[in-house]
Design a binder for this molecule. Structure first.
Ligand code: NAP
Ligand code: ZN
Length: 340
């Protein structure tokens, strides 16, 4: 079978490899669709640690084609989405129920072989069933949506509250929709590209702003801004220093800031501890998808979250390495690999 192998920083290639065999408790999945994520580009560039040689691809869905010993609850032919993050179940964090903080978290498509391949083997506990009639390209959004659900859970949005989302990539577009589903009344999104602002409005953003057009803080939380005094919740989804440093100033007194965007480990941004104290801001980090993959699969299956318009292009397995090695084209939301 074919697999996109990450062999070292800057070295990624489509290779012919043996088809994996599912061990006890594992299933063999014929990959139908796998999303190319910014993390794949960071791994290629050496900015996110992986375990080469390894097949990349952590956002995928496919069909169960073989069952290892002692697998139950899954059948041949089932369409599944994969939760890539495997927690050890034994460390202090796992035992406290905080599996995303597991001290030895192993991720499929990062530390063990993933979904940019004809087939992948996954532990059955990582598989979540999807409907037979679901478009598999939609199934490829379950993993990023599950990360967004965790972020929105952390934000604890209540009906009628106001939310600001910073960054109109796939994460921002999913967070906008989840904020609405959670009951937010006003959802304002800041992103530079006009096409992304239009798309966010189609997906439920009540207001959009162009951060390059002026002072974002004045435009949102200023006296004559969109949300004078700031929003109940601010969710940072751009992963750049500028938006992280804006975020606290966009929150109202007692408000909550959730950081979903990933910045390089050495990045530092300034905050005002005095302001955080005086206005009792909560600043929270949200990491991956603890116990949210099942809810994500439900929302994708029911169509409650729209993903069709987030698919920018459908590409072949043979094109994947080249696409990951290049910067994302301007305006692209998600490219999905379809092995065929
Ligand atoms: P993305 O496609 O790069 O989207 C980020 C968007 O932010 C860009 O498309 C860009 O759109 C916008 N942006 C850039 N600078 C901005 C600024 N100054 N103000 C407002 N918007 C700005 O990435 P993504 O796939 O949506 O992911 C977003 C972040 O979440 C990434 O850092 C990713 O690594 C992270 N992530 C985190 C988790 C987690 O578990 N916490 C999971 C998945 C992804 P414009 O060009 O329109 O401005
Ligand atoms: Zn990803």
């Amino acid at each position: 079978m074919r697999a996109v192998r990450f062999n070292a920083v800057g070295r990624l290639a489509l290779e012919e490899v043996g088809r994996p065999e599912p061990g006890p408790g594992e299933v063999l999945v014929r990959v139908e669709a796998a999303g190319i994520c910014g993390t794949d580009r960071h791994i290629f560039a050496g900015e996110f640690s992986a375990k080469p040689p390894v097949t990349l691809g952590h956002e995928f869905c496919g069909i169960v084609e073989a069952l290892g010993d002692s697998v139950s609850g899954l059948s041949l032919g089932d369409r599944i989405t994969v939760d890539p993050n495997i927690a050890c179940g034994r460390c202090a964090m796992c035992r406290a129920g905080r599996v995303n903080l597991c001290e030895s978290l192993v991720a499929i498509g990062i530390h063990r072989d993933g979904g940019f391949a004809d087939y992948a083997v996954v532990p059955q506990g990582q598989a979540f069933r999807l409907p037979e009639n679901l478009d598999p390209l939609h199934g490829a959004f379950c993993e990023p949506l599950a990360c967004c659900i965790h972020g929105v859970d952390m934000a604890a949005i209540k009906p009628g509250q106001s939310v600001v989302v910073l960054g109109g990539g796939v994460i921002g577009m999913l967070v906008v929709q989840l904020a609405k589903l959670a009951g937010a009344d006003r959802v304002a999104l800041s992103t530079r590209q006009a096409a992304k602002r239009r798309l966010a409005e189609e997906l439920g953003a009540t207001d959009t702003i162009d951060p390059s057009a002026g002072n974002v803080i004045a435009a949102i939380s200023g006296a004559s801004g969109l949300l004078p005094g700031g929003a109940d919740v601010v969710i940072e989804c751009a992963g750049v220093p500028e938006t992280v440093s804006q975020a606290p100033w966009l929150a109202r007194r007692g408000g909550t800031v959730v950081i979903l965007g990933v910045l390089a480990p050495d990045v530092r941004v300034e905050i005002s501890p005095f302001d955080v104290l005086l206005r009792e801001l909560k600043i929270l980090g949200s990491f991956v998808n603890p116990f949210t993959q099942g809810r994500s699969a439900e929302l994708i299956s029911s169509g409650a979250v729209t993903v069709e318009t987030l698919i920018s292009r459908r590409v072949r397995l043979s094109e994947a390495a080249g696409i990951i090695a290049a910067p994302a084209p301007s305006g692209e939301i998600r490219a999905i690999v379809v092995p065929d």
